[in-house]
Design a protein around this ligand. Structure first.
Ligand code: GAL
Length: 386
């Protein structure tokens, strides 16, 4: 795996990275396309099925769903799953995507308040930038549920539905640790570069901390060698989860630090970053014979195809049907006074309060289990992965 290939690059580009630098989040290639096969709730993972028992107990209610972007397939699925589940309960749904533009998301939420929605579900673009509009919602008596990303610095959030974000990092770290048998590495070393999530998304630091909980000791003892020297969250985070920035960052790393050296691991926090690394590696001459380990998150269709073909090593399966289902129970709770399922009342302090949370469990997916996890569970059809 290691030093198999001496990279010869004609031009060593000057490293011009700005950590957490901007850039559009529009995928440059490997654009996500398809959506999960089904939005049926409750049978998607081993977790307790709850809530959205048929009927029309949300009849006459209007729910606003503010999603961050359509540039990544998962949010299209999240929005679609929640819309169909809420509509099945009789609710009217206003679904909007913010195009990764904070001001656009603020305007969309303002419009939902003006339309007198009864509840808001928000997956923020910038988790701390919505406090004013959240206060406006509270003043209008509209409860708010944070979806996947915690809403920061506000008292105006009732519940939070998410995946175990630190757990995602632990699972990624553990996967790499096991794949390379780091515990028994001896003198063997592996080169590794980190591509972490957006600094304005609370999930990103949780994930980084999870990774470091497992792999931190191997960075410290020199088994994992980061030739760029960038190991902190601040130095490796990528604003707005931009695929393009990840690709540029990887290109710059390869040119500046791996000209005569093999990069063994692209430790990335998101499938979009994995696509960016794939493009950069291909551009730098890497082939199937010396392809590095590449991690990701979300099990997008393109990522799953890449896993099947060996261009991505693993991803994290986050069943958006299940998350939507948990969120819908929270909508029911705030609108009907029912009790939603909560399994964490400690971890998610948004700076003002600890938000009662349901955390779903993330699962590692690779070439060995993707069929079982994603096709047998009905998340994708076989055709979608062709
Ligand atoms: C995060 C989420 C990830 C990934 C990322 C980019 O908030 O936890 O699963 O989707 O956003 O969209």
């Amino acid at each position: 795996m290691k030093k198999l290939f001496a990279l010869v690059l004609a031009l060593a580009m000057a490293l011009s990275l700005v950590a957490c630098g901007g850039g559009s989040s529009k995928p440059a290639e490997d654009k996500p396309a398809d959506t999960p096969a089904s939005s049926a709730a409750g049978e998607s993972s081993g977790e307790a099925a709850t809530p959205t028992e048929g009927g029309s107990n949300l009849a006459g209610k209007k729910v606003g769903l503010a999603m961050p972007t359509q540039s990544s397939e998962r949010w299209i699925n999240d929005g679609g799953n929640m819309k169909s589940q809420l509509e099945a309960l009789g609710a009217e749904v206003v679904l909007q995507y913010g195009d990764d533009d904070v001001q656009q998301q603020v305007s969309q939420i303002e419009a939902m308040i003006a339309q007198q929605v009864d509840a808001l579900v928000i997956a923020a673009i910038d988790s701390g930038s919505l406090t004013t509009v959240e206060q406006a919602a509270a003043d209008a008596g509209i409860p708010i549920i944070a979806y996947d990303r915690l809403l920061m610095d506000t008292p105006n959030v009732d519940y939070y539905a998410t995946f175990d974000n630190k757990g995602v990092g632990v699972v990624i770290g553990q996967y790499v640790k096991d794949a390379l048998d780091l515990e028994n590495a001896g003198d063997q070393t592996y080169t590794c570069e980190l591509f972490m999530g957006s600094p304005d998304d609370n999930n990103a630091l949780f994930l980084y901390n999870g990774i470091m909980e497992v792999l931190g000791e191997y960075f410290e003892n020199g088994t994992l060698v980061v030739k760029s020297g960038r190991t902190s969250f601040q130095d490796t985070c990528i604003l707005r989860w931009s695929q393009e920035t990840a690709q540029q960052t990887c290109e710059n790393y390869l040119a500046s630090f791996y000209a005569g050296e093999h990069l063994d691991i692209c430790l990335t926090a998101f499938d979009g970053f994995a696509y960016g690394c794939k493009a950069a590696l291909t551009g730098a001459g890497y082939t199937a014979e010396n392809w590095p380990i590449i991690t990701g998150q979300d099990c997008e269709v393109m990522a799953t195809k890449n896993i099947a073909e060996g261009w991505q090593t693993m991803s994290i399966y986050k069943d958006t049907r299940l998350l939507a289902e948990k969120c819908v129970t929270m909508v029911q709770a705030v609108l009907l006074g029912t009790e939603p399922e909560i399994n964490d009342e400690e971890q998610y302090n948004n700076g003002v309060k600890v938000v009662p949370t349901y955390m779903c469990t993330p699962v590692a997916v690779d070439v060995n289990n993707y069929k079982e996890m994603l096709i047998d569970s009905g998340y994708y059809t076989e055709d979608q992965l062709k």
